[in-house]
Design a protein. Structure first.
Length: 584
């Protein structure tokens, strides 16, 4: 089979994009050359060589990326080894741990910065350093739009957590032990021990949270060195992988292997299958839709749900799995081993950044522990990680993670307990006299893309203390917010349209009955159409959240969750319609 990249003419030094800055014998290029020489570089450093931009999201406030200060030097070494010229370029970091109200508010800002950094500077290809939740989609969205050769370098998961001989999973065990502390079953001293042991190294969450989900999606799309997403951040293999990224991007420039040849509809489908099989974060939905559309691939909630029905969860990694963490996943064979188990469900002719097909990349990929990476015949869960629900409460869709919730909520009807804000909800659930039963359905609204603002990770509503004291650890919860990928439980999220813009969730009242049927993919409030029309007539639009700055721009152009929460003017269709100039 002739691959697309084999039909592309190999570039010569004169064809390099950076040569437009440095090669001409004119005054403008004199300025470029003299200023790069001002920094101590000689023509031998850059002339006739691919200039490689290394977009680094390192920050003193991003523990997931703490090692990037060193990894960037490893990438530079690889670029130099391959005959390129590396230049480090900072990009805004999005630290899930510290940014308020949510990093999701700034994902598109990162994407814009990446696109404009690439567009404005004399680079021929880029290496993207990311990992913490929104950095993977933000970096790749911007680079996909820019269109130059690119490699995504994932930060890698941190080591397993540990306290008192127990393995701890970031996020998941924070929720678990917080509930136990509120229930009075663990001491303050034990809680402090968990706090000090749950995150023991640099790297992103080692559960199957949003970070591990999104780095695996980029990997499965073909945008990383195959299998790179599974390598733990402190492992020496990670250093070698970083240098390999530097060497490979130089060759990609000469080959003109651009992302449009890699991120095809088939590659997006592969990434979706892999995400479902991994027990992915619900956040995968929003980011996959946005990434696909930046590549000109129309992908929808229905596409995701269809693959979720036929792709079982085979990665036994928490929170969908019961025991293991990402470190165990790596030792068991990692992403390559898991894709080998999924071979019959993947399009093996898709390209990767290595210039080889996915089939070639996973041809001999072993699995060393079939309890961690299960065969299709022995899955963790019989369907994929996510299910898309529709009904009069969410006409444009909502998402749930069935494998991570109590089986009794597959079909459930109960009365709503509605909260209009997070502070209101937080005060109520700590009231031990709250009138709530295990059959109640907690609802938090006004927490979507506009209502949050930015759609914060508030969707895993804490269990009411009254129920915790009775021994309950799960109940049905519904919100137009998101939740952390490390979360678990019967949580329906991303309700669209959101309440802030008048979606049906805005019309729900405490006491209304809600019915969910996950196998049938339905979510409805049992309220008559006539009553809903009456309530709609009484509803008033909330006040805007922003009056200036980036927040104002965000509020004017953000799309809803079912469309990926991208800005309307940054999608591929908009760019084509507007006659985007060819400045490359």
């Amino acid at each position: 089979m002739t691959q697309p990249y084999e039909r592309i003419r190999r570039k010569s030094p004169e064809d390099l994009r950076s040569a437009r800055w440095f090669a001409p014998d004119d005054l403008r290029s004199f300025g470029h050359r003299s200023r790069i020489m001002q920094m101590g570089y000689a023509p031998e450093d850059w002339a006739g060589k691919p200039i490689i931009g290394i977009l680094n999201t390192w920050s003193d406030l991003n523990p997931c990326h703490a090692h990037f200060k060193h990894r960037v030097e490893d990438v530079k070494r690889g670029v130099l080894q391959a005959g390129g010229f590396p230049v480090e370029m900072p990009a805004i970091t999005l630290s899930e741990n510290f940014m308020k109200p949510t990093t999701m508010l700034y994902r598109n800002l990162l994407a814009m910065e990446v696109e404009e950094q690439i567009r404005a500077h004399p680079v021929d290809g880029v290496v993207l350093l990311g990992g913490c939740d929104k950095t993977t989609p933000g970096l790749t969205m911007g680079a996909l739009t820019a269109g130059l050769p690119m490699i995504y370098l994932p930060a890698g998961p941190m080591l397993r957590g540990n306290y008192a001989g127990q393995q701890l999973g970031s996020g998941s065990d924070a929720w678990k032990y917080w509930d136990e502390r509120r229930a009075g079953t663990i001491t303050a001293q034990q809680w402090l021990g968990v706090e000090g042991g749950i995150a023991r190294s640099y790297g992103h969450c080692m559960t199957m949270g949003t970070a591990s989900t999104m780095t695996a999606i980029a990997d499965a799309m073909g945008l990383s060195i195959p299998g790179a997403s599974s390598i733990p951040a402190p492992d020496a293999n990670h250093i070698r992988m970083a240098s390999a990224c530097g060497r490979r991007i130089v060759e990609m420039v000469w080959e003109n292997l651009t992302p449009d040849l890699i991120v095809t509809p088939q590659a997006v489908r592969n990434a979706t299958v892999v995400a479902m099989a991994m027990g992915c974060s619900t956040n995968a939905v929003i980011h996959l839709l946005a990434m696909a559309r930046r590549a000109g691939v129309h992908w929808s909630l229905d596409d995701l749900d269809a693959l979720g029905r036929t792709t079982p969860v085979i990665a036994n990694v928490r929170p969908s799995g019961s025991t293991y963490l990402m470190e165990d996943f790596f030792y068991a064979g990692g992403l390559l081993g898991m894709m080998g188990q999924l071979k019959e469900k993947l399009d093996l002719d898709c390209l990767t950044v290595m210039g080889e097909t996915l089939g070639q990349a996973i041809a001999d990929a072993p699995v060393y522990n079939e309890d961690v990476i299960r065969p299709l015949s022995n899955p963790v869960y019989h369907e994929g990680s996510l299910a898309v629900l529709r009904g009069n409460l969410c006409p444009d869709g909502a998402v749930i993670k069935p494998a991570a919730c109590d089986a009794r909520f597959q079909r459930h009807t109960g009365p709503a307990l509605v909260f209009d804000s997070y502070p209101e909800m937080k005060a109520a659930i700590d009231d031990e006299n709250l009138d709530v039963t295990p059959d109640h359905i907690l609802v938090l609204r006004n927490a979507g893309p506009l209502g949050g603002p930015g759609m914060p990770e508030w969707g895993m509503l804490p269990m009411p203390k009254a129920l915790l004291k009775q021994g309950h650890r799960d109940m049905l919860r519904i919100s137009d917010a998101r939740m952390s990928g490390t979360s678990y439980g019967a949580c329906v999220l991303h309700v669209a349209p959101e309440a802030h813009i008048g979606g049906p969730l805005a019309l729900l009242r405490t006491g209304d009955l809600i019915s969910i049927d996950i196998p049938a993919r339905t979510l409805n409030m049992l309220v008559s159409d006539e009553e809903l029309e009456k309530r709609r007539a009484e509803w008033k639009q909330p006040e805007p959240k922003f009056e200036r700055g980036y927040g104002w721009m965000f509020s004017k152009h953000i799309s809803q969750a079912n469309e990926g929460c991208d800005f309307d003017y940054l999608t591929r269709d908009f760019g084509k319609a507007a006659g985007e100039p060819d400045i490359f």
